[in-house]
Design a protein around this ligand. Structure first.
Ligand code: COA
Length: 186
């Protein structure tokens, strides 16, 4: 499995995965629905926005309907001959601080039929150098207290626990762990 910058070559595989997963029961349903609309409207712009260094993508609608601004981000797809999931790095320029509604610098999701193969662990490892290239000396990654698998992914990548905290109501509330992964400077 490798991380790829999304291109037209990967799009058919991504679309067929989204169509397979888009049910109202999936926690990412709204995000996938929005992405399907963006792709239908202008797939070239959608692909270009996977490197959104100036935060020009449409704002994010949270599960409770709140709208929050985008941070600069890069999104990469996990690829093993098919798209297996995605991972995103987002940041505020010139700082490792994040606004309270942004739960960690890096997030990842693997399609259910591609899980338990080490893909999330590998994806996180492969994205860390991009954070280092931005000048960051650490990244924060957040996992819900009940998400043991995500916690293992973070620990396997050298994460150390910073704190347990209550997620903002905007982000759905509930308890989560905040981890920090130190990045070696070149
Ligand atoms: C959390 C999530 C990303 C994990 O993805 P994943 O690709 O299954 O994760 P990994 O395979 O790297 O590690 C998970 C498990 O696979 C096991 N594993 C690792 N390498 C493996 C391999 N080569 N073969 C088989 N199993 C392997 C790990 O030991 C771990 O096992 P366990 O948690 O069942 O004990 C995925 O479940 C998901 O998308 N969940 C919804 C979104 C989410 O919660 N994202 C995290 C918040 S940002």
């Amino acid at each position: 499995m490798d991380l790829v910058r999304p291109t037209a070559q990967h799009l058919a595989s991504y679309l067929s995965a989204l169509q397979r997963i888009s049910t109202k029961d999936d926690p990412f349903f709204k995000m996938y629905e929005r992405e399907l609309a963006e792709i239908a409207q202008d797939s070239a712009s959608f692909l270009a926005s996977m490197d959104d260094l100036e935060a020009k993508r449409p704002p994010i609608e949270l599960p409770n309907g709140s709208i929050i601004p985008r941070l600069p981000s890069i999104t990469r797809w996990m690829w093993d001959g098919d798209v297996c999931g995605s991972t995103q790095l987002r940041w505020l320029p010139g700082t490792t601080d994040l606004p309270p509604y942004c739960l960690g610098h890096i997030s990842y999701a693997v399609f259910p039929w591609k899980r338990q193969r080490g893909y999330a662990s590998t994806a996180l490892a492969l994205l860390l150098p991009s954070a280092r290239d931005l000048g960051m000396d650490f990244v924060e990654v957040v996992a819900d207290v009940e998400n043991l698998t995500s916690q293992k992914v973070i620990l396997r990548n050298g994460g150390s626990l910073v704190e347990e905290f209550t997620k903002p109501v905007l982000s759905g509330g509930g308890q989560a762990f905040r981890y920090r992964i130190l990045l070696e400077t070149a």
